[in-house]
Design a protein around this ligand. Structure first.
Ligand code: NAX
Length: 328
């Protein structure tokens, strides 16, 4: 057995956390020999509900779950954390514009960035799930100057999984036979689900599917608007699939990527090979190397269509950055 790792999760009484916490201590992400300590953050009105979640975690009797710490103080929840999964935030209320959501979440991520900076372990890695996740990640990172840039990730894996699933269905293939799907840009309706390099059983998805119009039309809009479609159908936003994507993200960040494939996450755009402006958290195709480093897959040829879409999502992120410029 290794020494336990500490995993901080915020928004612990929420619906994504309810699908996430139980899977962090069962060995499926960090392996069957890696004990974990969960350090869960909530706001005071949700602490009682969080206590209920803790009772359930205890009742799972997971041998790898060595301890559970709960707090409404980020300094406690982030203390010595090796991973921080930032799920909690201010939800989008009725009549709220995206810009209002960005403004409402800004101060939360200033405080959490500072607390991570001051209290987390030297090797901490941060995955931001709470929306607007790219901008929240940017704010937290800007307020944590001692945490290196290569430790920050915003979750676009749910979009990637949605895209892979749509491609598999259309191609009549299994989702495990689809590879090389990348999400470019923002986790929002401007994201570009890059289908041009996607493969089905090793062959270009575009050739297998043979319907570029469907790819540019229905496929794109289904992936971009999937979150809203789930709210319409279920009455609640995606939770199990979002938690699953967070676990997939971590798995991809700690294990080497299968040769030739890639995965997606928002990362700092500094020095990227696609000419995206620096100072953004932008989702790219990524590869985790055997030496543990994560790098952007360079040199992918992009059509004019893809370039336009990537510019549009970059423009939205620049606008979002403008709205939070006083927090950076
Ligand atoms: P819930 O409203 O069920 O839970 C959020 C929890 O966060 C609540 O229990 C709340 O008390 C807590 N919270 C609020 N402020 C906090 C703070 N300052 N510190 C700690 N906890 C705090 O939302 P849920 O469905 O779990 O979604 C959580 C977040 O994930 C939302 O921002 C949502 O928009 C975002 N999502 C991101 C996705 C992605 O792909 N990146 C997809 C799913 C989801 O929409």
């Amino acid at each position: 057995m290794s020494a336990p790792i500490r995993i901080a999760v915020t928004g612990g009484a929420g619906q994504i956390a309810y699908n996430l916490l139980f899977r962090l201590g069962n060995g499926e992400v960090f392996g069957p020999r890696q004990p974990v300590i969960l350090q869960i953050l909530e706001i005071p009105p949700a602490m009682e509900a969080l206590r209920g979640v803790v009772m359930e975690l205890e009742d799972c009797a997971q041998p790898l779950l060595h301890d559970i710490i709960i707090s409404d103080d980020p300094a406690v929840a982030f203390k010595d954390a090796n991973w921080a999964i930032l799920v909690g935030g201010m939800p989008r209320g009725p009549g709220m514009e995206r810009s209002d959501l960005i403004a409402a979440n800004g101060p939360i991520f200033v405080a959490q960035g500072r607390a991570l900076n001051d209290h987390a372990a030297a090797d901490v890695r941060v995955l931001v799930v709470a929306n607007p996740c790219n901008s929240n990640c940017l704010v937290a990172k800007a307020n944590a100057p001692n945490i290196p840039a290569d430790r920050w990730f915003a979750m676009t894996r749910l979009d990637e999984n949605r895209a892979a699933s749509q491609l598999a269905q259309r191609a009549g293939a299994l989702v495990g036979e689809v590879s090389n799907v990348a999400i470019w840009g923002n986790h929002s309706a401007t994201q570009f689900p890059g289908f041009e390099h996607a493969l089905v059983k090793g062959e270009a998805a575009e050739t297998v599917i043979g319907d570029r119009q469907w790819l540019e039309g229905e496929f794109m809009s289904t992936v971009q608007k999937r979150g809203a479609a789930i709210i319409n159908a279920r009455g609640k936003s995606s939770a199990a699939s979002a938690a699953n994507a967070a676990l997939d993200s971590i798995r991809s960040l700690i294990n080497p990527t299968p040769p030739g494939d890639w995965f997606s996450a928002g990362i700092p755009s500094e020095g990227n090979p696609y000419g995206i402006e620096s100072g953004l958290i932008f989702s790219f195709p990524l590869q985790h190397n055997t030496d543990g480093s994560v790098e952007i897959v360079a040199g992918l040829p992009l059509s004019d269509y893809a370039r336009d879409k990537i510019r549009a999502t970059e423009a939205e992120l620049l606008q979002e950055r403008e709205a939070i410029s006083d927090l950076l």
